[in-house]
Design a binder for this molecule. Structure first.
Ligand code: BG6
Length: 510
């Protein structure tokens, strides 16, 4: 029998065998992201030994029929094409389907039996990863049933149980707090992995490496050298059949409260004392707590919401938000959001940070641009009127890379000054395609590394920051006038104005 205290070695890392149990396995996330990501890990030989998957959902399927469905999903959505039959056969050989309602004890008894049988076969520790990929209203009941059926406590062989919770984690501060309380009645904080897939993106993780593994940037990473920062999460897609969810959420809840604030934290945090989960998350929480609370004046002058009207994206005419199927008549839900953020701490005092996120914008691009202060004295002012500032930009997606804009003198007898770029691109420097965010995050959950997952206090601090915005919009109610922008543009005039007022110029052209 395997010694339960000795982890199994799979060649590259230490791993204990693992079973992933996905709740909501017939949903889109499982088919488009989770199972393709697991398959990609299998291709790279990174899955723990004896990896098994239990798909738990309400619909009736046999294990074989569902395995076939998953094969089709992986064939379409994996970044690795074509599907490798040898990998698939081995990978899917331990797939099971467990049918049941999320509040049905009999289904959880069946689930326990399947897991118990697997544990006996392994004869040693088998970690359990319960992935909540259902609609959020089921998170609490699933956690309760898992706890009642003793599936969240350590197994007799010593395997650990962890729970990955998908977004949305609450729809405001109160509901996020309530969800945290319910989950913590069933398990410990160290078992909860709240996912924000932006943290799994290679380029997002690289922010920490860039800042803290290079000696030359950190000394200038503060208010003395940085003039302002822009963070943009722009999408060209609209609501894409998710109007039922999106119309209740809006871009603030869907993208800003989580993804954008996470990017902001990684740009602004202090060096963590160690590269491990709590040390990194402690620093992120400090950033969130240093965000200047939003006064009424800020809410009216520094916050912009807008909704797309009809327009054209990539040469195709597209309907306005209100014409999208499933959107409520006269909805005031924002599809665009921008605001000016202030961080009240030693490093960032006086540096305005502008964030924006929107659907149906001119193109899909996620970017962080750091604008540096101008030189203190205009040595060349007799020759050129204006010298462009230095800008360091992180393109998170799609063309992952980092660029530094500086000025240089073009050849010739005249003194002229022209901006040029120094560029690093992931594609050409590393020659490999970055893995999907879910690959990294699933692997980390299996390893028990929570560095790239959000902690209870972090998620509550983020909700707490955006709460006054949500409340003020609630007070304005259905009669609020929400500015509109053309689909396929860069957003409303008000967002441009916000930047002109706060930084003396418009958003950087992306
Ligand atoms: C999700 C949002 O969290 O992120 C979607 O719910 C959004 O509305 C998506 O489209 C964007 O993710 P990515 O990885 O494509 O930038």
């Amino acid at each position: 029998m395997h010694n339960p205290f000795e982890p199994v070695r799979d060649g590259r890392t230490l791993h204990t065998p693992c079973v992933a149990i996905i709740f909501g396995a017939t949903g889109d996330l499982t088919k488009r992201k989770l199972v393709p990501a697991l398959y990609n890990l299998a291709v790279d030989g990174l899955l723990p030994p004896r990896f098994s998957l239990i798909s738990f959902a309400r619909r009736d399927y046999s294990s074989d029929a569902f395995r076939e469905e998953l094969r089709l999903s992986v064939s379409s959505f994996s970044r690795r094409k074509p599907l490798r039959d040898d990998v698939w056969e081995e990978f899917s050989s331990r797939f099971h389907y467990c049918q049941g309602n999320f509040d049905e004890d009999r289904a959880f008894v069946r689930l326990s039996e399947i897991i118990k049988q697997m544990e006996d076969e392994v004869g040693g520790p088998l970690n359990r990863i319960f992935y909540f990929a259902t609609a959020p209203e089921f998170f609490e009941i699933i956690a309760r049933k898992l706890s009642e059926h003793k599936l969240l406590s350590a197994s007799p062989y010593g395997g650990e149980a962890r729970v990955v919770v998908e977004k949305p984690f609450g729809h405001d501060l109160d509901s996020a707090r309530a969800l945290n309380i319910s989950l913590l009645q069933c398990m410990e904080e160290r078992q909860i992995f709240r996912i924000d897939h932006y943290l799994g993106k290679e380029t997002v993780q690289n922010l920490l490496i860039f800042r803290f593994a290079n000696g030359i940037f950190e000394p200038i990473w503060n208010h003395k050298y940085i003039h302002h920062i822009e963070i943009s999460v722009c999408e060209s897609l609209g609501v894409e059949g998710r109007a039922g969810f999106f119309d209740q959420a809006g871009v603030l809840r869907d993208i800003v409260q989580n993804h954008v604030l996470q990017l902001l934290c990684l740009v602004a945090l202090e060096p963590p004392v160690a590269f491990e989960a709590d040390a990194v998350r402690d620093e992120k929480v400090k950033v969130l707590r240093s965000l200047r609370p939003l006064s009424n004046e800020c809410l009216s002058r520094k916050v912009v919401r807008a909704q797309y009207g009809t327009g054209s994206v990539a040469g195709k005419t597209v309907p306005g938000y209100l014409q999208e199927p499933g959107v409520g008549a006269g909805s005031t839900t924002e599809t665009f959001f921008a605001m000016q953020v202030a961080i009240d701490n030693w490093r960032w005092a006086g540096v305005p940070i502008f964030i924006r996120a929107g659907k149906r914008l001119a193109k899909r691009v996620t970017d962080i641009s750091i604008f540096f202060r101008q030189v203190p004295f205009g040595l060349f002012s007799n020759h050129v009127e204006q010298v462009a500032e230095n800008v360091l930009s992180f393109q998170i997606q799609p063309d992952e890379g980092i660029a530094l804009k500086f000025v240089a003198k073009p050849p010739g007898s005249r003194v002229r000054i022209q901006p040029v770029n120094m560029e690093f691109s992931y594609g050409s420097s590393f020659g490999v395609e970055p893995p999907d965010a879910y690959e990294r995050l699933l692997l980390d959950a299996m390893k028990g590394d929570a560095t790239l997952f959000t902690r209870k206090d972090e998620i509550e601090a983020a909700w707490s920051y955006v709460s006054p915005i949500i409340n003020s919009w609630r007070e304005q109610g259905a009669g609020a006038v929400v500015p509109s922008y053309d689909a396929g543009s860069w957003g409303p005039y008000e967002a441009e104005h916000l930047l002109f007022e706060g930084a003396g110029k418009g958003w950087r052209r992306l």
